[in-house]
Design a protein around this ligand. Structure first.
Ligand SMILES: Cc1ncc(COP(=O)(O)O)c(C=O)c1O
Length: 402
């Protein structure tokens, strides 16, 4: 197996495994070993691997027309935009190729909106613990110093407040007359599956309304059914944003991102203000349309809601009260098991046992299983991960877990 190569820039800490095949929630490696995928390529393959409907759509479209250009009409792009607008209540869509690009579009919209109000140096309020991407503006917006170190000077025009802290947000809004927008995730993904209070998003919406700020939700990880609604903001009345970004699961692995606008954000970007060569090409849009059809036809939102409750109850039954387990939480199929000690080693231990998991924010085991898993697979994830956690914790010294 030739996995390591000096021809690849070493930007990732890769695990020593390569996969050759995938079907549903299962991946096969180069030695023929099977793994249960409880991560979905970090919330990308929400329909599992090689879903037949998505594969069929991609193959048909690849044999018909892959790319033209945004200098022409693209009917599949129009169809996808209308479908996303219908599902979200948003009004218009700009298509790109990744989450960072979708957030770049949002940041440009916020700045242009500010300029249209006579604000020369617009300020965007962002959150501690957030993740928005690796481009210069999105890494600046990201609330994690590790992502920023070495890339200074950062982009000006961002101020940061603690997540899920309305007083801090009100203070920042009061302190910065140049504030034009608030950019946040409905659930912190990379930040450790942190779920805000039930009224948080609606309160952020109110604060934005009072000061005519754009509320901008990064749904790159939470969108497309991951939390049991199409978009996470739909769990709360009165939380609809002015700008929403999507990517990851939108194409189930085919790269596509989107920045959606409503209300005051509509019409901010005009011809010539923004663009993307690949964004919204026929192939990517056809894949995304197949993803949406499949989520609807297979009633996957309902499935996420019922299975996630069962899985959360299963994790709690097995792990709650165990010394070293600090919290167990879920927003639909975003599960976070927070330990009192760093647990990155668990990823390799899980791999050896044949299950793919992730650890984020050092101490949080993050699970993002495909929405298509059945009850057996859900039970397997709960029992395999719980056993791994119990074994991991019992191998640590008592002082370190307390
Ligand atoms: C919430 C959120 N926003 C943005 C991004 C960046 O997306 P991409 O890697 O497609 O640029 C991610 C990726 O993990 C994410 O989780």
């Amino acid at each position: 197996m030739t996995t390591h190569s000096s021809a690849i820039m070493p930007t990732y800490g890769r695990l020593d495994v390569a996969f050759t095949e995938g079907k549903g929630a299962w991946l096969t490696d180069t030695d023929g070993k099977k793994y249960l995928d409880a991560l979905s390529g970090i919330s990308v393959c929400n329909l599992g691997h090689t879903h037949p409907e998505v594969t069929r759509a991609i193959c048909e479209q690849a044999a018909t027309l892959i790319h033209t250009s945004n200098i022409y009409q693209i009917p599949l792009q129009t169809q996808l935009a209308e479908k996303l607008a219908q599902l979200s209540g948003m009004e218009q869509v700009f298509f790109c190729n990744s989450g960072a690009e979708a957030n770049e579009a949002a940041i440009k919209i916020a700045r242009k909106y500010g300029h249209s109000k006579g604000i020369d140096k617009p300020v965007i309020i962002v959150m501690e613990g957030s993740f928005h991407g690796r481009t210069m503006a999105t890494l600046t917006a990201t609330g994690n110093a590790k992502v920023q170190v070495g890339f200074e000077p950062l982009v000006p025009g961002f101020v940061r407040v603690p997540y899920n802290d309305l007083d801090a947000l009100r203070m920042a809004v009061g302190h910065w007359p140049e504030a034009v927008a608030v950019l946040l995730e409905p659930v912190l993904g990379e930040g450790g599956i942190k779920i805000p209070d039930a009224d948080y998003l609606a309160s952020v919406r109110n604060i934005c309304n009072q000061r005519k700020l754009l509320m901008m939700l990064d749904e790159v990880q939470t969108g497309m059914g991951r939390t049991g609604t199409w978009f996470a903001f739909q769990h709360n009345d009165g939380a609809k944003p002015d700008v929403m970004t999507l990517a990851k699961a939108l194409g189930n692995g085919l790269p596509i991102g989107a920045c959606l606008v409503a209300g005051a954000a509509v019409g901010v970007l005009q011809a010539g203000n923004h663009g993307s060569t690949f964004g919204g090409n026929p192939l990517a849009c056809r894949a995304a349309l197949a993803v949406i059809d499949t989520i609807e036809n297979e009633h996957l939102l309902e499935s996420v809601n019922s299975l996630s409750a069962q899985m959360l109850a299963g994790f709690k039954a097995k792990l709650e009260g165990t010394e070293g387990v600090k919290a167990i939480r879920s927003a639909g199929f975003m599960f976070g098991i927070e330990l009192t000690i760093p647990c990155a080693d668990l990823v390799k231990q899980a791999l050896a046992k044949g299950i793919l998991i992730n650890v984020t924010a050092e101490k949080v085991i993050r699970l993002l299983p495909p929405l298509v898993i059945n009850v057996d697979e859900a039970n397997q994830i709960v029992s395999m991960v719980s056993d791994l956690v119990i074994n991991f914790l019992s191998s640590q010294t008592v002082e370190s877990v307390a």
